[in-house]
Design a binder for this molecule. Structure first.
Ligand code: C2E
Ligand code: CA
Ligand code: CA
Length: 393
Protein backbone atom coordinates (compact mmCIF):
# COMPACT_ATOMS: atom_id res chain seq x y z
CA UNK A 1 0.00 0.00 0.00
CA UNK A 2 1.35 3.36 -0.99
CA UNK A 3 0.04 6.83 -0.21
CA UNK A 4 -0.78 8.77 -3.37
CA UNK A 5 1.13 12.05 -3.73
CA UNK A 6 2.71 11.80 -0.31
CA UNK A 7 5.54 14.00 -1.55
CA UNK A 8 2.96 16.68 -2.13
CA UNK A 9 1.93 16.54 1.55
CA UNK A 10 5.55 16.87 2.60
CA UNK A 11 6.27 19.70 0.20
CA UNK A 12 3.20 21.78 0.92
CA UNK A 13 2.68 21.11 4.63
CA UNK A 14 6.24 20.38 5.68
CA UNK A 15 7.95 17.22 6.89
CA UNK A 16 6.62 17.54 10.43
CA UNK A 17 3.08 17.33 9.10
CA UNK A 18 4.15 14.50 6.80
CA UNK A 19 5.36 12.60 9.88
CA UNK A 20 2.10 13.29 11.68
CA UNK A 21 0.22 11.94 8.72
CA UNK A 22 2.30 8.75 8.68
CA UNK A 23 1.55 8.24 12.38
CA UNK A 24 -2.12 8.81 11.74
CA UNK A 25 -2.10 6.15 9.01
CA UNK A 26 -0.15 3.77 11.25
CA UNK A 27 -2.78 4.18 13.95
CA UNK A 28 -5.55 3.29 11.52
CA UNK A 29 -3.60 0.22 10.41
CA UNK A 30 -2.97 -0.81 14.02
CA UNK A 31 -6.64 -0.60 14.85
CA UNK A 32 -7.76 -2.41 11.72
CA UNK A 33 -5.14 -5.10 11.33
CA UNK A 34 -5.21 -7.57 14.25
CA UNK A 35 -3.15 -10.65 15.13
CA UNK A 36 -2.64 -13.08 13.38
CA UNK A 37 -2.63 -10.46 10.62
CA UNK A 38 0.25 -8.08 10.41
CA UNK A 39 0.98 -4.55 9.21
CA UNK A 40 4.38 -2.98 8.68
CA UNK A 41 5.88 0.16 7.27
CA UNK A 42 8.37 -0.79 4.55
CA UNK A 43 9.79 2.60 3.71
CA UNK A 44 8.75 6.26 3.35
CA UNK A 45 5.09 6.04 2.55
CA UNK A 46 4.96 2.32 1.74
CA UNK A 47 3.16 -0.15 3.95
CA UNK A 48 2.66 -3.91 3.76
CA UNK A 49 -0.17 -5.92 5.24
CA UNK A 50 -0.28 -9.68 5.59
CA UNK A 51 -3.71 -11.24 5.88
CA UNK A 52 -3.89 -14.87 6.94
CA UNK A 53 -6.58 -17.51 6.70
CA UNK A 54 -8.45 -16.30 3.67
CA UNK A 55 -10.90 -18.48 1.77
CA UNK A 56 -10.91 -16.64 -1.51
CA UNK A 57 -10.34 -13.30 -3.25
CA UNK A 58 -13.61 -11.95 -1.90
CA UNK A 59 -12.31 -12.21 1.63
CA UNK A 60 -9.43 -9.98 0.66
CA UNK A 61 -11.67 -7.56 -1.19
CA UNK A 62 -13.91 -7.21 1.85
CA UNK A 63 -10.97 -6.56 4.09
CA UNK A 64 -9.52 -3.95 1.76
CA UNK A 65 -12.82 -2.19 1.43
CA UNK A 66 -13.23 -1.89 5.18
CA UNK A 67 -9.67 -0.63 5.46
CA UNK A 68 -10.16 1.88 2.66
CA UNK A 69 -13.32 3.17 4.29
CA UNK A 70 -11.23 4.15 7.30
CA UNK A 71 -8.25 5.39 5.31
CA UNK A 72 -10.35 7.59 3.05
CA UNK A 73 -11.81 9.58 5.93
CA UNK A 74 -10.51 13.13 5.67
CA UNK A 75 -7.45 13.80 7.78
CA UNK A 76 -7.68 16.87 10.00
CA UNK A 77 -4.71 19.13 10.51
CA UNK A 78 -5.10 22.57 12.10
CA UNK A 79 -8.80 22.54 11.33
CA UNK A 80 -8.21 21.77 7.66
CA UNK A 81 -9.53 18.66 5.99
CA UNK A 82 -7.26 16.68 3.71
CA UNK A 83 -8.51 13.98 1.38
CA UNK A 84 -5.83 11.46 0.73
CA UNK A 85 -5.95 8.40 -1.47
CA UNK A 86 -4.02 5.14 -1.54
CA UNK A 87 -2.83 2.65 -4.12
CA UNK A 88 -2.95 -0.98 -3.08
CA UNK A 89 -1.55 -4.04 -4.83
CA UNK A 90 -2.41 -7.58 -3.75
CA UNK A 91 -0.61 -10.89 -4.19
CA UNK A 92 -2.03 -14.15 -2.85
CA UNK A 93 -0.07 -17.16 -1.66
CA UNK A 94 0.56 -19.52 -3.36
CA UNK A 95 -0.75 -18.60 -6.83
CA UNK A 96 1.08 -15.26 -7.00
CA UNK A 97 4.27 -16.46 -5.33
CA UNK A 98 5.45 -18.99 -2.81
CA UNK A 99 8.05 -16.91 -1.03
CA UNK A 100 7.70 -13.71 0.91
CA UNK A 101 10.00 -11.86 -1.43
CA UNK A 102 8.08 -12.96 -4.52
CA UNK A 103 4.77 -12.01 -2.90
CA UNK A 104 6.17 -8.60 -2.01
CA UNK A 105 7.57 -8.13 -5.50
CA UNK A 106 4.31 -9.09 -7.20
CA UNK A 107 2.12 -7.02 -4.92
CA UNK A 108 4.48 -4.15 -5.69
CA UNK A 109 3.96 -4.69 -9.43
CA UNK A 110 0.19 -4.64 -8.88
CA UNK A 111 0.48 -1.53 -6.70
CA UNK A 112 2.49 0.29 -9.38
CA UNK A 113 -0.14 -0.63 -11.90
CA UNK A 114 -2.78 1.05 -9.73
CA UNK A 115 -0.59 4.06 -9.18
CA UNK A 116 0.05 4.53 -12.85
CA UNK A 117 -3.40 3.81 -14.19
CA UNK A 118 -5.99 4.84 -11.67
CA UNK A 119 -4.74 5.64 -8.14
CA UNK A 120 -7.05 5.49 -5.13
CA UNK A 121 -7.84 1.87 -5.81
CA UNK A 122 -6.55 -1.66 -5.40
CA UNK A 123 -5.80 -4.46 -7.79
CA UNK A 124 -4.62 -8.06 -7.73
CA UNK A 125 -1.43 -9.21 -9.33
CA UNK A 126 -2.13 -10.99 -12.63
CA UNK A 127 -0.38 -12.27 -15.71
CA UNK A 128 -1.84 -9.39 -17.69
CA UNK A 129 -0.24 -6.90 -15.38
CA UNK A 130 2.99 -8.81 -15.59
CA UNK A 131 2.74 -8.83 -19.40
CA UNK A 132 2.14 -5.10 -19.40
CA UNK A 133 5.19 -4.76 -17.23
CA UNK A 134 7.32 -6.80 -19.62
CA UNK A 135 6.03 -4.72 -22.55
CA UNK A 136 7.18 -1.60 -20.76
CA UNK A 137 10.58 -3.05 -20.01
CA UNK A 138 10.98 -3.83 -23.71
CA UNK A 139 9.90 -0.32 -24.62
CA UNK A 140 12.39 1.15 -22.17
CA UNK A 141 15.16 -0.80 -23.90
CA UNK A 142 13.99 0.39 -27.29
CA UNK A 143 13.91 3.91 -25.98
CA UNK A 144 17.56 3.59 -24.95
CA UNK A 145 18.40 2.49 -28.50
CA UNK A 146 16.35 5.34 -29.89
CA UNK A 147 18.50 7.80 -27.99
CA UNK A 148 21.73 6.22 -29.25
CA UNK A 149 20.42 6.07 -32.83
CA UNK A 150 18.80 9.51 -32.74
CA UNK A 151 15.39 8.24 -33.75
CA UNK A 152 13.66 11.45 -32.67
CA UNK A 153 12.28 14.34 -34.65
CA UNK A 154 10.58 17.59 -33.76
CA UNK A 155 7.41 18.90 -35.34
CA UNK A 156 6.19 22.43 -34.81
CA UNK A 157 2.69 23.76 -34.24
CA UNK A 158 2.00 27.42 -35.06
CA UNK A 159 0.93 29.77 -32.27
CA UNK A 160 -1.27 32.57 -33.57
CA UNK A 161 -1.68 36.06 -32.16
CA UNK A 162 -5.48 36.37 -32.09
CA UNK A 163 -5.28 40.15 -32.40
CA UNK A 164 -3.17 40.39 -35.52
CA UNK A 165 -4.02 36.93 -36.86
CA UNK A 166 -0.31 36.32 -37.46
CA UNK A 167 1.87 33.36 -36.72
CA UNK A 168 4.10 34.63 -33.92
CA UNK A 169 5.66 31.44 -32.71
CA UNK A 170 5.66 27.67 -32.67
CA UNK A 171 5.53 24.95 -30.05
CA UNK A 172 8.00 22.15 -30.63
CA UNK A 173 6.59 18.65 -30.14
CA UNK A 174 8.68 15.51 -30.14
CA UNK A 175 8.06 12.39 -32.23
CA UNK A 176 9.82 9.05 -31.95
CA UNK A 177 10.31 7.56 -35.37
CA UNK A 178 10.92 3.88 -34.86
CA UNK A 179 12.24 2.15 -38.01
CA UNK A 180 9.69 -0.65 -37.59
CA UNK A 181 6.77 0.74 -35.62
CA UNK A 182 6.73 4.13 -37.31
CA UNK A 183 5.78 7.30 -35.45
CA UNK A 184 5.24 6.87 -31.71
CA UNK A 185 3.38 9.57 -29.78
CA UNK A 186 5.05 11.37 -26.89
CA UNK A 187 2.08 10.39 -24.73
CA UNK A 188 3.35 6.83 -24.98
CA UNK A 189 7.03 7.30 -24.31
CA UNK A 190 7.48 10.52 -22.31
CA UNK A 191 6.00 8.98 -19.13
CA UNK A 192 8.35 6.00 -19.50
CA UNK A 193 11.27 8.30 -20.17
CA UNK A 194 10.41 10.24 -17.03
CA UNK A 195 10.18 7.14 -14.91
CA UNK A 196 13.55 5.85 -16.06
CA UNK A 197 15.44 9.12 -16.06
CA UNK A 198 15.98 8.90 -19.84
CA UNK A 199 14.02 12.14 -20.05
CA UNK A 200 17.15 14.10 -19.22
CA UNK A 201 18.92 13.05 -22.40
CA UNK A 202 15.80 13.33 -24.50
CA UNK A 203 15.00 16.73 -23.04
CA UNK A 204 18.51 17.97 -23.77
CA UNK A 205 18.19 16.86 -27.37
CA UNK A 206 14.80 18.59 -27.71
CA UNK A 207 16.03 21.88 -26.30
CA UNK A 208 19.15 21.91 -28.45
CA UNK A 209 17.30 20.93 -31.63
CA UNK A 210 14.51 23.46 -31.10
CA UNK A 211 16.85 26.36 -30.37
CA UNK A 212 19.13 25.57 -33.31
CA UNK A 213 16.02 25.38 -35.51
CA UNK A 214 15.05 28.85 -34.39
CA UNK A 215 18.56 30.03 -35.24
CA UNK A 216 18.25 28.48 -38.71
CA UNK A 217 14.98 30.33 -39.25
CA UNK A 218 16.62 33.58 -38.21
CA UNK A 219 19.42 32.97 -40.70
CA UNK A 220 16.80 32.36 -43.37
CA UNK A 221 15.29 35.75 -42.63
CA UNK A 222 12.48 34.82 -40.25
CA UNK A 223 13.36 36.61 -37.01
CA UNK A 224 11.18 36.90 -33.93
CA UNK A 225 9.49 33.52 -34.28
CA UNK A 226 9.00 32.54 -30.66
CA UNK A 227 10.13 29.02 -29.91
CA UNK A 228 8.20 27.25 -27.20
CA UNK A 229 9.68 24.06 -25.75
CA UNK A 230 8.02 21.55 -23.42
CA UNK A 231 10.06 20.83 -20.32
CA UNK A 232 9.35 17.69 -18.35
CA UNK A 233 8.50 18.11 -14.70
CA UNK A 234 11.49 15.94 -13.85
CA UNK A 235 13.76 18.60 -15.33
CA UNK A 236 12.13 21.62 -13.77
CA UNK A 237 13.25 20.41 -10.38
CA UNK A 238 16.83 20.07 -11.53
CA UNK A 239 19.24 23.01 -11.65
CA UNK A 240 21.11 21.50 -14.62
CA UNK A 241 18.38 22.95 -16.78
CA UNK A 242 19.55 26.47 -15.95
CA UNK A 243 23.09 25.85 -17.21
CA UNK A 244 21.83 23.99 -20.21
CA UNK A 245 19.64 26.92 -21.29
CA UNK A 246 22.37 29.45 -20.53
CA UNK A 247 24.93 27.59 -22.63
CA UNK A 248 22.53 27.17 -25.54
CA UNK A 249 21.69 30.86 -25.54
CA UNK A 250 25.41 31.65 -25.61
CA UNK A 251 26.03 29.20 -28.44
CA UNK A 252 23.08 30.23 -30.60
CA UNK A 253 23.17 33.90 -29.69
CA UNK A 254 19.38 33.90 -29.64
CA UNK A 255 17.32 36.60 -28.00
CA UNK A 256 16.31 34.93 -24.75
CA UNK A 257 12.89 36.50 -24.61
CA UNK A 258 11.95 34.74 -27.81
CA UNK A 259 12.47 31.42 -26.05
CA UNK A 260 9.57 30.06 -24.06
CA UNK A 261 9.63 27.04 -21.80
CA UNK A 262 6.38 25.20 -21.06
CA UNK A 263 5.96 23.49 -17.72
CA UNK A 264 2.81 21.85 -16.45
CA UNK A 265 1.27 23.00 -13.22
CA UNK A 266 1.29 19.41 -11.93
CA UNK A 267 5.05 19.31 -12.46
CA UNK A 268 5.57 22.60 -10.68
CA UNK A 269 3.42 21.51 -7.74
CA UNK A 270 5.43 18.30 -7.30
CA UNK A 271 8.19 20.32 -5.74
CA UNK A 272 7.04 23.88 -5.63
CA UNK A 273 10.08 25.29 -3.85
CA UNK A 274 12.71 23.92 -6.22
CA UNK A 275 10.71 24.56 -9.36
CA UNK A 276 9.98 28.13 -8.33
CA UNK A 277 13.68 28.72 -7.80
CA UNK A 278 14.65 27.17 -11.14
CA UNK A 279 11.93 29.06 -13.03
CA UNK A 280 12.96 32.34 -11.40
CA UNK A 281 16.54 31.91 -12.55
CA UNK A 282 15.44 31.10 -16.06
CA UNK A 283 13.24 34.17 -16.10
CA UNK A 284 16.11 36.29 -14.87
CA UNK A 285 17.89 35.30 -18.08
CA UNK A 286 14.93 36.70 -20.00
CA UNK A 287 13.41 33.36 -20.92
CA UNK A 288 9.59 33.26 -20.89
CA UNK A 289 7.77 30.64 -18.84
CA UNK A 290 4.38 29.23 -19.81
CA UNK A 291 2.18 27.23 -17.46
CA UNK A 292 1.01 24.34 -19.63
CA UNK A 293 -2.26 22.38 -19.45
CA UNK A 294 -3.72 24.93 -17.07
CA UNK A 295 -6.85 23.69 -15.36
CA UNK A 296 -6.05 19.99 -15.40
CA UNK A 297 -3.99 19.74 -12.22
CA UNK A 298 -4.48 21.15 -8.76
CA UNK A 299 -4.97 24.56 -10.38
CA UNK A 300 -4.72 26.42 -7.19
CA UNK A 301 -5.48 30.00 -8.08
CA UNK A 302 -3.32 31.24 -5.23
CA UNK A 303 -0.28 29.72 -6.89
CA UNK A 304 -1.07 31.42 -10.17
CA UNK A 305 -0.24 34.70 -8.51
CA UNK A 306 2.94 33.45 -6.89
CA UNK A 307 4.56 31.39 -9.63
CA UNK A 308 7.23 33.02 -11.78
CA UNK A 309 5.36 32.69 -15.08
CA UNK A 310 4.50 34.88 -18.05
CA UNK A 311 1.85 32.95 -19.90
CA UNK A 312 -0.93 30.52 -19.11
CA UNK A 313 -1.87 27.83 -21.60
CA UNK A 314 -5.51 26.99 -21.10
CA UNK A 315 -5.98 23.27 -21.57
CA UNK A 316 -7.82 22.06 -24.62
CA UNK A 317 -10.55 20.43 -22.51
CA UNK A 318 -11.89 23.88 -21.68
CA UNK A 319 -11.84 24.92 -25.31
CA UNK A 320 -13.64 21.73 -26.31
CA UNK A 321 -16.58 22.85 -24.21
CA UNK A 322 -17.08 26.02 -26.23
CA UNK A 323 -19.60 25.27 -28.92
CA UNK A 324 -21.65 28.43 -29.25
CA UNK A 325 -20.64 32.03 -29.02
CA UNK A 326 -23.83 33.00 -27.24
CA UNK A 327 -23.62 30.21 -24.73
CA UNK A 328 -22.10 30.96 -21.36
CA UNK A 329 -18.59 29.66 -20.97
CA UNK A 330 -17.99 31.15 -17.60
CA UNK A 331 -14.80 29.31 -16.77
CA UNK A 332 -12.98 30.25 -19.95
CA UNK A 333 -14.15 33.85 -19.69
CA UNK A 334 -13.07 34.05 -16.06
CA UNK A 335 -9.68 32.47 -16.60
CA UNK A 336 -8.93 34.90 -19.43
CA UNK A 337 -9.95 37.79 -17.23
CA UNK A 338 -8.02 36.47 -14.24
CA UNK A 339 -4.79 35.96 -16.19
CA UNK A 340 -5.07 39.48 -17.57
CA UNK A 341 -5.66 40.88 -14.10
CA UNK A 342 -2.47 39.14 -13.05
CA UNK A 343 -0.64 40.65 -16.03
CA UNK A 344 -0.16 37.28 -17.67
CA UNK A 345 -0.74 36.36 -21.29
CA UNK A 346 -3.01 33.51 -22.25
CA UNK A 347 -2.88 30.91 -25.01
CA UNK A 348 -5.93 28.80 -25.83
CA UNK A 349 -4.93 25.26 -26.77
CA UNK A 350 -6.70 22.94 -29.16
CA UNK A 351 -8.85 25.40 -31.11
CA UNK A 352 -10.66 23.28 -33.68
CA UNK A 353 -13.70 25.28 -34.75
CA UNK A 354 -14.56 28.77 -35.98
CA UNK A 355 -17.05 29.10 -33.12
CA UNK A 356 -14.38 28.49 -30.54
CA UNK A 357 -12.10 31.00 -32.22
CA UNK A 358 -14.80 33.68 -32.38
CA UNK A 359 -15.63 33.18 -28.74
CA UNK A 360 -11.98 33.48 -27.74
CA UNK A 361 -11.45 36.62 -29.79
CA UNK A 362 -14.59 38.15 -28.33
CA UNK A 363 -13.20 37.50 -24.86
CA UNK A 364 -9.77 38.95 -25.61
CA UNK A 365 -7.76 35.77 -25.48
CA UNK A 366 -4.23 36.72 -26.61
CA UNK A 367 -3.00 33.67 -28.48
CA UNK A 368 -4.35 30.49 -29.96
CA UNK A 369 -3.14 27.14 -31.13
CA UNK A 370 -4.99 24.24 -32.68
CA UNK A 371 -5.94 22.18 -35.68
CA UNK A 372 -8.10 25.04 -36.99
CA UNK A 373 -4.88 26.89 -37.80
CA UNK A 374 -2.52 23.98 -38.29
CA UNK A 375 -1.54 20.60 -36.94
CA UNK A 376 2.05 20.22 -35.79
CA UNK A 377 4.16 20.10 -38.99
CA UNK A 378 7.77 19.72 -40.08
CA UNK A 379 10.20 22.64 -40.14
CA UNK A 380 9.97 22.76 -43.94
CA UNK A 381 6.20 23.20 -43.75
CA UNK A 382 6.61 25.95 -41.16
CA UNK A 383 8.97 27.68 -43.59
CA UNK A 384 6.27 27.51 -46.27
CA UNK A 385 3.76 29.06 -43.88
CA UNK A 386 6.22 31.80 -42.98
CA UNK A 387 6.76 32.53 -46.64
CA UNK A 388 3.01 32.75 -47.28
CA UNK A 389 2.72 35.13 -44.31
CA UNK A 390 -0.96 34.24 -43.79
CA UNK A 391 -3.43 36.13 -41.66
CA UNK A 392 -5.25 33.39 -39.78
CA UNK A 393 -7.97 35.35 -38.06
P1 C2E B 1 0.96 19.47 -24.88
O1 C2E B 1 2.19 20.17 -24.46
O2 C2E B 1 -0.32 19.88 -24.26
O3 C2E B 1 0.91 19.62 -26.46
C1 C2E B 1 -0.25 19.83 -27.18
C2 C2E B 1 -0.77 18.56 -27.74
O4 C2E B 1 -2.07 18.80 -28.29
C3 C2E B 1 0.05 18.03 -28.91
O5 C2E B 1 -0.02 16.61 -28.88
C4 C2E B 1 -0.70 18.57 -30.12
O6 C2E B 1 -0.50 17.82 -31.29
C5 C2E B 1 -2.11 18.43 -29.65
N1 C2E B 1 -3.01 19.37 -30.32
C6 C2E B 1 -2.71 20.59 -30.79
N2 C2E B 1 -3.80 21.19 -31.33
C7 C2E B 1 -4.81 20.31 -31.18
C8 C2E B 1 -6.20 20.35 -31.53
O7 C2E B 1 -6.71 21.30 -32.10
N3 C2E B 1 -6.95 19.27 -31.21
C9 C2E B 1 -6.41 18.18 -30.59
N4 C2E B 1 -7.22 17.17 -30.32
N5 C2E B 1 -5.10 18.11 -30.24
C10 C2E B 1 -4.32 19.17 -30.52
P2 C2E B 1 1.29 15.71 -28.99
O8 C2E B 1 2.25 16.30 -29.98
O9 C2E B 1 0.84 14.31 -29.18
O10 C2E B 1 1.96 15.87 -27.57
C11 C2E B 1 1.34 15.34 -26.45
C12 C2E B 1 2.04 15.75 -25.19
O11 C2E B 1 3.33 15.16 -25.09
C13 C2E B 1 2.30 17.24 -25.09
O12 C2E B 1 1.11 17.86 -24.65
C14 C2E B 1 3.40 17.28 -24.07
O13 C2E B 1 2.88 17.17 -22.78
C15 C2E B 1 4.18 16.03 -24.40
N6 C2E B 1 5.34 16.41 -25.23
C16 C2E B 1 5.40 16.61 -26.56
N7 C2E B 1 6.66 16.95 -26.92
C17 C2E B 1 7.40 16.99 -25.81
C18 C2E B 1 8.77 17.29 -25.52
O14 C2E B 1 9.59 17.64 -26.39
N8 C2E B 1 9.16 17.21 -24.21
C19 C2E B 1 8.29 16.87 -23.23
N9 C2E B 1 8.75 16.81 -21.98
N10 C2E B 1 7.00 16.59 -23.45
C20 C2E B 1 6.55 16.64 -24.73
CA1 CA C 1 2.88 22.15 -24.27
CA1 CA D 1 -0.79 21.73 -23.22
Amino acid sequence: MDIDNFKHINDTLGHMSGDLFLKYISDILKSQVKIPDFAARLSGDEFAIIIENINDKNDVINRIQILLKHLRKPWMLDNHEFFISFSIGVAIYPEHGDTLSLLLKNSDIAMYYVKKNMKDDYCFYSHDIQAENVKQIIMINELRHAIDNEEFALVYQPIINLNSGKLIGVESLIRWIDPIKGVISPMEFIPLAEETGLIHEIGKWVLKTALFQKKTWEEQGYPHIKMSVNISGKRVTNSDLINEVRELILKTNLNSNEIQLEVTETAVMEDINTSTRVLKELRDMGVKIALDDFGTGYSSLTYLERLPIDIVKLDRNFIKGISNVGQSNVIVESVIKLTHDLNLGIVAEGIETKNQLEFLILNNCDYGQGYLFSKPVTEKEIEKLLLENLIYV
